[in-house]
Write a protein that binds this ligand. Structure first.
Ligand SMILES: Cc1cc2nc3c(=O)[nH]c(=O)nc-3n(C[C@H](O)[C@H](O)[C@H](O)COP(=O)(O)OP(=O)(O)OC[C@H]3O[C@@H](n4cnc5c(N)ncnc54)[C@H](O)[C@@H]3O)c2cc1C
Length: 424
């Protein structure tokens, strides 16, 4: 394949996908390196693509005549499972679901989970520093990695794969690539941390009337079951009523525990209406509801997305301020849900008779409030192309400049995933 590439114009390289983009499928790290080196020399932009499930136009090609897509789909091997050191080493094109299943088949757990797990790839997960449904207990993916192999735009291969639990022999360069959204380098392999699998999973779907009550319940459960509480997800009344087709003014909460004990948590929920309970359910009926909340947004025209995290105690202040905003601005319809246990909610909107001015008003109001309350305006989905203006606007000048310097160090001509994360 590479021999061939050297002699042809890369922009004509097979395979074309159906919308006219050129896409390459390297089969190993060396091929990635040679392709990047060649593109670097010819000033061809490269857009890495995994499962393409990101929410921020992270794989958008601004100009298809100047750029190629690079998919690591053919680099999908699970290379080793080191049971002495509890590390699984995989190629970046393997899906998250396959990693999870492989771990479980050996009685281990890879504890990162998102609703898009069947499609998304480990490389995409790491580049977005994916959060998901179990961050409360296990953290984002960066907390579950022990090393990476990365290829820079000039073809340099950095191999920091590792099975060592302790290693301070210089800083861990690979950490910089977690959440870099494909702008610093292509992730080709990863050493993933495994945990022993837990015996039981308990999942509850609960209805609660007041936000203050669900917040109180969370704090009670966290102090009682800190080691077992893995998810505390909330769906606000609006998505609940839209998806259920029958009006309800209640919040739905999904609470999940992982434990080695065969026990009951029912007493903890006796003050609330438990809509459904599942124990060790492989085909859960609760979690698909949560996925539906995400996948039905576009169909219901909730297109304006704010991915926010706040210190937990500031959510009530935020929601009160939002209520006041809605009173004065009737054309904004909220659709809120998310990972309350992690302090992260997706505060999404439909805007009736939408226009740029109305959107800008909403964006300014929400972001300024979040910053004032000490939060983040890009909690887990990153910035991609959709939000590439935000770092310059909301982070300090020093922060912005250092990010640009790092980018220049790894990719001086800004060819890798151009205009993502920060506008070039
Ligand atoms: C139903 C649904 C639910 C979701 N829930 C969550 C959630 O709870 N939490 C959350 O954080 N996200 C969530 N997401 C978003 C998404 O699944 C994650 O961002 C995921 O990590 C993206 O992985 P991917 O393989 O699809 O990457 P892609 O979308 O293909 O790419 C994402 C970014 O990474 C870059 N990239 C891809 N592969 C590589 C590589 N090998 N090397 C370097 N850069 C690369 C791309 O250029 C792009 O910028 C959800 C999405 C859907 C559709």
């Amino acid at each position: 394949m590479l021999k061939e590439i050297k002699h042809i114009n890369l922009l004509k390289l097979k395979t074309q996908n159906n919308n006219g983009s050129t896409i390459v499928f390297p089969k190993n790290t060396l091929e990635v390196s040679k392709l990047l080196k060649l593109c670097n020399k010819r000033k061809i932009e490269v857009v890495p693509i995994g499962g393409n499930t990101n929410r921020v136009k992270g794989t958008f090609q601004t100009d298809k005549t100047k750029s190629i897509l690079m998919s690591l789909k053919q680099m999908n091997k699970i290379k080793t499972i080191d049971e002495d050191n509890l590390i699984m080493t995989v190629e970046a094109g393997v899906t998250l679901e396959r990693v999870q299943q492989k771990a479980l088949s050996k009685a281990y757990l890879f504890p990162v989970h998102v609703a898009s797990h069947k499609e998304c790839n480990i490389g995409g997960n790491i580049s977005t520093n994916v959060g998901g449904l179990q961050v409360l207990k296990y953290g984002n993916i960066e907390n579950n990695i022990n090393g990476l192999e990365i290829v820079l735009m000039d073809g340099t291969i950095i191999n920091q794969l590792s099975i060592l639990k302790k290693d301070n022999f210089g800083p861990k360069i690979w950490k910089l690539f977690c959440g870099s959204e494909g702008t610093y380098g292509i992730i080709t392999q990863a050493s993933l941390n495994l945990l022993p699998k837990k015996n039981y999973t308990y999942t509850y779907l609960i209805e609660i009337s007041k936000f203050t009550a669900l917040f109180k319940l969370f704090k009670q459960l966290r102090s009682k079951y800190f080691d077992q509480l893995t998810s505390y997800e909330v769906i606000f009344p609006e998505p609940v009523s839209i998806l259920n087709q029958k009006y309800t003014k209640k919040f739905n909460i999904i609470v999940e525990f992982n434990s080695n004990e065969n026990k009951s948590f029912n007493n903890d929920f006796e003050k609330f209406k438990v809509i459904k309970f599942e124990k060790n359910k492989i085909q859960s009926q609760i979690w698909p509801l949560r996925t539906k909340v995400v996948t039905q947004q576009a169909e219901n025209s909730y297109l304006y997305k704010f991915d926010i995290s706040l210190p937990l105690n500031n959510w009530s202040i935020f929601l009160n301020a939002v209520k006041i905003f809605h009173k004065d601005n009737a054309s904004y319809e909220p659709y809120f849900f998310g990972h309350l246990g992690d302090g992260n909610l997706h505060c999404n909107y439909k805007i009736n008779n939408s226009n740029q001015k109305k959107y800008q008003k909403l964006e300014n109001s929400i972001y300024q409030l979040v910053i004032k309350l000490g939060g983040s305006i890009a909690a887990e989905h990153g910035l991609g192309y959709s939000k590439n203006h935000l770092i310059k606007k909301y982070k300090s000048r020093e922060h912005f400049e250092i990010l640009n310097k790092i980018k220049s160090l790894f990719d001086k001509d800004k060819l890798l995933n151009r205009n993502k994360l920060i506008k070039s």
